[in-house]
Design a protein around this ligand. Structure first.
Ligand code: MF3
Ligand code: CO
Length: 247
């Protein structure tokens, strides 16, 4: 079960969330044709550090960069590289985690580069809406899996699939805490949500099947059928009927 945050802890999570949010604003201008994924990582690192915060992913279980940049058929955990260039028509998922005075916030967003094809556009809209529908279920008194069920039902009703092997999570004094928040499953299962619990809700949605392969680097997760994949994530704090989004 997730911890109930104190007033002070919530403040620190909001601070971390603010850095994540502003980091996205900075990166949004750079997600363009011809830019290397490594340069996005460098920009993010410099921004986070200059805000007296810490890039939470750097060194996490040996992860070698500050953010994840996952293009097209890459689901999550794409490692930024000097030789990987963003191209027109790409969809690019960026995942950012930040620590401020020992408290964390985590968020992801998928960007369209240039004139993307309409299936890509629909994928992004469905995935982002799935996230917001999930957040609407993050109310005090609901069960964790009410979030899961809502996301799965919405995504599948649009003809797409939700990734199974990665899940959302509790967050706070560590980037990953209990509970796990799958993006699929029956409703009314798992712990009951209470005011002051912090959750990272993060649907990963594929146009094709939900199966994923992990590449030899041990991180990069790709769709097995090479279909496009999108990822949207927010860190939220449960607060009555309407969760507070801190990112
Ligand atoms: N948002 C992802 C998660 O919650 C990011 C982790 S990336 C890692 O799992 F590189 F740090 F592992
Ligand atoms: Co996360």
């Amino acid at each position: 079960m997730a911890k109930i945050l104190t007033k002070r802890e919530k403040k620190l999570m909001r601070k971390a969330g603010e850095v994540v949010k502003r980091c996205f604003d900075v990166l949004a201008k750079d997600v363009q044709e011809g830019v290397s994924t490594k340069s996005l990582d460098e920009t993010a690192n410099a921004f986070i550090v200059s805000n007296k915060a810490r890039p939470a992913f750097l060194g996490y279980k040996g992860y070698p960069a500050s953010i994840c940049v996952s293009r097209n058929n890459v689901v999550v955990h794409g490692i930024p590289s000097e030789t990987e260039m963003i191209a027109a028509g790409d969809i690019v998922s960026i995942d950012i985690g930040v620590g401020c005075d020992g408290y964390y916030a985590d968020a992801a967003k998928t960007f369209l580069v240039g004139n993307a094809k309409s299936d890509a556009e629909k994928l992004l809209t469905v995935t982002e809406n799935a996230l917001y529908r999930g957040i609407e279920k993050a109310c005090a008194g609901n069960h964790v899996s009410d979030i899961s069920h809502e996301i799965q039902t919405f995504v599948e009703s649009n003809g797409y699939s939700v990734v199974r092997i990665f899940v959302g999570h509790g967050i706070g004094s560590q980037i990953h805490t209990k509970p796990e928040i799958p993006n699929f499953g029956p409703p009314h299962k798992g712990c009951v949500l209470e005011d002051g619990m912090a959750l990272a809700i993060e649907p990963m949605v594929n146009i094709g099947g939900y199966e994923v392969d992990i590449l030899e680097d041990g991180w990069t997760a790709v769709t097995k059928d090479k279909s496009l994949s999108a990822h949207f994530e927010h860190t939220v704090i449960v607060n009555g009927k309407k969760a507070e989004i801190v990112t």
